[in-house]
Write a protein of this length. Sequence first.
Length: 767
Amino acid sequence: MPNILYYFFRGKSLIFLLVIILISTTFSNIPGKIHTTNDQSDMNLIATEKTSVYSTINTIQNVGNVDELHVDGNMYTFSCNTTKVRVIFYKDDLVRIWMATNGTFTDPATDDIIVSLNFTPIITSWSDQGNYYLLESSKIIIKANKNPLTFSMIDKDTDAILWEETEPLSWDTYYTYQKLKRGSDEYFYGCGMQNGRFSHRDQSVKIEKDYNWNDGGHPNPAPFYMSTAGYGVYRNTWDMGVYDFFETVTTKHRENRFDAFFFYGPSLKEILDGYTELTGRPFMPPIYALELGDADCYNKDGGTTADVIKIADRYRQRDLPGGWFLPNDGYGCGYRDLEYVVEELHKRGFFTGLWTENGLPNSDWEVETAGVRVYKLDIVWVFPGYKFAFDAVKQAAAAIENNSDARRFVWTTMGWSGTQRYAVMWTGDQIGDWENIRFHIPTLIGSGLSGQAHVTGDIDGISGGGFWTYTRDLQWKAFGSVWMTMSGWARFDKQPWCRGWPYTEINKIYLNLKMRLMPYIYSYCHEAYETGVPIIRAMVLEFPDDPVTWDSTTQYQYMCGEWLLVAPVFDIMPFRKDIYLPEGKWIDYWDGNVYDGPQTIGTYFAPLNKLPLFVRAGAIIPMWPQMLHHREKQKDPLTFDIYPYNYTNFTLYEDDGVTREFQQGHFAEQLIEVDASYEKVVVITIGSSIGNFTGKLLTRTYHLQVHTIMEPDNVLLDSDALKKYDSESAFNDATEGWFFDTYEKGGILYVKTGIRSTSKSFQIMID
């Protein structure tokens, strides 16, 4: 009976949602409606525009000619009859263009979405050039033509036109428009989470909430895009829009105002930095957020909430890593004995969360007393989207942080610009199959190009799924930050062991590898928190000068951080086709084979246990000892997996992993440098760990795995020769020394340093 009730409540909630959508559609199609609530039916108006009736009542207007320019510091106000347009310089590389069609400026979004406009003051200048004005900062020039008023942005160093309007800002009954000239080789990214897409040239992209979780849907849109020409644009609005990236780039939002912030890069990473500085950095996740999450209504078959403890025990009995559970989903399941459940799960190394479809009425007690540390916001609650959903994630984040010392860890859909600072954005509820894997790859890549650093979809979907698809989906999602498996409506539960041999054993390989890679991934999470640059990186982010990376050619592969290239398999065949390796040397992670780029690997053999994974030469990859969860043991020894090539470096970031003390400076950073530019000599410098936090190791042992085809003559530690061991077993028994394995992955030099102070640097010289 409880199982029947579970699906009844699921069905009832979905029916309720469909009824709301139908009602919204009916009311939003009233003729002449200008400022409706934002809902799915907004797109019906686009079709309406094509009718002859619409064309007779809808008059397009534009700003017209400049009557007067008023200058107030870095704010330039153009009067054009009754319309006013402000150009405001906030930074040398950030300018706002703000239009009030009736001369009265409105600002419904800034207080919610924009973190702050209090930047260090700058000096700008202006000049009247007859037919146009020039407004200048140290980096950019805004050219304002007078008759009619049109704008362009110019790179001050190169005189290159970054963007140029083809006609004045305009508006009609429904939308406000900007139209730009597209460059011959200009490509566009962003627009939030657009399922199945990341490169938008020659596409029309909807910036609106959406209930389509599949390819073509847009569950977490953002009114932001950026261009390879060197600029980005954030439309400061809550209203839906459409961005057409055709020969004329036309962007429109359903509002009677224009308000946009323009960022100068010129690189895509610099644009992301500017955009997330303005709208908020991606949140810094707790370390357990990177461990596997498991979600279900565990009491749906007549049990109680405590049944989740049995699932936790199965993870541990099978030596499978995992970090958190969601043992409740609100659809008639409820919860019982929550304090007991949280305590028991914590003993087993798991944190506990809840999800809800009706708000957070008990959140203070759930967090402060029961110990809940995760919230997932169901679509039935946040379906209105836009500001409603934004306020919901703010509420959930505040519930965690106001009632504990923990960091926010919230999951949502219906995200918007700014949501990245509060929540994980996931792609919605899907059926697990090969198509689901295929379209998720460019989805997560594209989300990262919108500052959405922590994104994912349920492993093998919330329903459907299969033996091979679960394993393939888990493999590549291990090379991101957050991930979760959800049993949901599936015929079979979705824990990593549910499909039996050999799938459990293969899944375990990648679960274990994710745990070992935690210091690598966590360091890039902190980089995202500082700069907005995600860990799942489109190839164009790391190789912006390579034209192959600009379009959709590389949409089924990505860089995990700077050093790992991941090329997921998304069909049943044991091959992966068309893996593109940019310029440089690339090493197959599994066998050590070296490839010279640029080249495309036409067919790569990838049986089910093998994810195509390549290491960029020069890589420095920190790794923990093998563990089931981050609290199981000390992070000692720390291993550095090193692929020497020229000079490279990596900054290891560490903090307590759980609290918000890092925001007060309680963290440590450690610079690791590898210099292979000398002839036949490699110098590895392990810098001192600078900074402090609760739980920091004062001493630790360092292990190095240096990939080289040549056995060294000597290995020196701070000028002292280390002992060479001729067998692996003897080396394993030693506390310090080195051993060379000729046959493993083309040659690996293993080095142990013994116990060393983390506050002192040292060098390893390989001769």
